[in-house]
Design a protein around this ligand. Structure first.
Ligand SMILES: [Zn+2]
Length: 108
């Protein structure tokens, strides 16, 4: 599960999205965040304020380990935009081979 970003070489995790099943790339180190739990259903409370107000007596704050999408912090995320993973990997491979001219050409 543990891996490194091919663009910036920072430790990341590839984990399938619970919603779509597509792999997400996450920063490997989680941060402590707080979620609101609906104690009656033991589930994360809805985000909308009117829903929180309605559930107020049932809410509890729980500290969790939350992970950040690596796209948000990768210093080389600009290389990723509008590209397929294969294209990004090809440019990175050219850089890794020391063929920076070809990499810059492919980067245009
Ligand atoms: Zn990265």
């Amino acid at each position: 599960m543990s891996d490194t970003c091919r663009s910036c070489h920072q430790p990341v995790l590839f984990v399938p999205s619970a919603k779509s099943g597509k792999p997400l790339i996450l920063n490997a180190e989680p941060e402590k965040r707080v979620v609101l739990i609906d104690r009656q259903h033991n589930s994360v409370a809805p985000a909308a304020e009117h829903e929180r107000l309605r559930l107020h007596d049932r809410l509890a704050a729980a500290v969790v380990n939350a992970y950040t999408d690596h796209h948000a912090t990768c210093p080389k995320a600009g290389q990723w935009k509008g590209r397929t993973r294969a294209e990004v990997n090809r440019v990175n491979a050219l850089h890794a081979d020391g063929d920076h001219e070809a990499a810059q050409e492919a980067d245009r």
